[in-house]
Design a protein around this ligand. Structure first.
Ligand code: 5GP
Ligand code: ZN
Length: 115
């Protein structure tokens, strides 16, 4: 999608610090981390949010790829026993980038207020 920052990162038009990648998903370091580990797990195809993915036929292949990426990123970042996944869905929920992304935060004890 034109002018979508996460599409450009997924297409390697913009540099990012890639942590993990599979056929459907790219995971990269958040530019403004709120915890020691803060990685964004992003489907390569553009969906505005998780509601839109849920309505798509592609969910059946993309959701398992996201699930796999979550486990791989937790292992790569050595935070398997302590992490949180957050998806802000909609502006009123705090979403600022309208390309679906899963925040994986961890690497430290996590207060409930984060994100
Ligand atoms: P949201 O508020 O939409 O749930 O989260 C958007 C996240 O994307 C924020 O944590 C923000 O720091 C991150 N972000 C925004 N623009 C960029 C960018 O260009 N590169 C990277 N790596 N992260 C970004
Ligand atoms: Zn996009």
């Amino acid at each position: 999608m034109a002018d979508c920052i996460f599409c450009k990162i997924a297409n390697k038009e913009i540099d990012s610090s890639v942590v993990y990648e599979n056929e459907h998903v790219i995971a990269f370091q958040d530019a403004n981390p709120v915890a020691k580990v803060h990685v964004l797990i992003v489907p390569k195809v553009h969906f505005a949010n998780i509601y839109d993915l849920g309505k798509s036929e592609q969910k059946d292949e993309i959701m398992p790829a996201i699930s796999e990426a979550i486990s791989k990123v937790a292992e790569i970042c050595e935070t398997e026993d302590c992490f949180r996944i957050i998806v802000n869905n909609g502006e009123k929920a705090g979403q600022t980038v309208f390309h679906l992304h899963f925040h994986l935060i961890g690497g430290q004890e996590l207060p409930l207020s984060l994100l």
